[in-house]
Design a protein around this ligand. Sequence first.
Ligand code: SF4
Length: 243
Amino acid sequence: MEGRLEFDRWFGRPGTLVLQPTTLCNLDCVYCYLPFRRLSREMSPEVAQAVADSAADLIDRSGRLDIVWHGGEPLALGLRKFSALLAPFEELRHAGRIQHSVQTNATLIDNEWCDLLARHQVRVGVSIDGPAALNARRVDLRGRPALDRIVRGIGRLRDHGIRFSLIAVVGTEGIEQPESLLDFLAGLGPHTIGLVDDLIGICTLENSDPLQAAKFDNKPSWDNGKKGGFDNKPSWDNWSKKK
Ligand code: SF4
């Protein structure tokens, strides 16, 4: 308890807990940095129960904890097993004390998954890097492009009225064509788009040229025009209308 009080004194109560239900991923993106993505090491329901018990203790009386299910590919765990991991959190969720999120490549999303995600009010973030040429590094274990399956999964989310955000890793090609990248992503109907250039080397993409990256980051105003300076207004206007 003393250690816990010391932790709180220095860091405060955590607002987010990131959980890895499985190390496995059904894709094999060229830039992926996860060493165990071909292995299936799964979280057990007992561990989920223990985390839920701890989560109850971590949340301060007025607060809420975000539980982010990350991978690997979290949905590669399978619907039944994933459902069993969510079960221990139900009391906290019904009390409004936790909020689930999942970060997924969307390739496995079908109607059953949509039902589960909707039932547990899971916020969904989808990883997609852009149209075919820009998404080419995202392939399955046989090296086949994953784009069609990602877009199909996103379509299922839309069909079920499940809101989702998109996050794209932007390499040197994408950095040169921000407007078409944004138009493609916006056309999929997300509520938010996150763009990650690899200047800081999170992934194993070739590093972007710093000047190119600065141009990408600063010239178009990605924050809905609040900073001004977005040169290609039609793209942004189109996106705003689609929202
Ligand atoms: S979908 Fe994510 S976890 Fe899977 S290979 Fe691609 S980057 Fe890695």
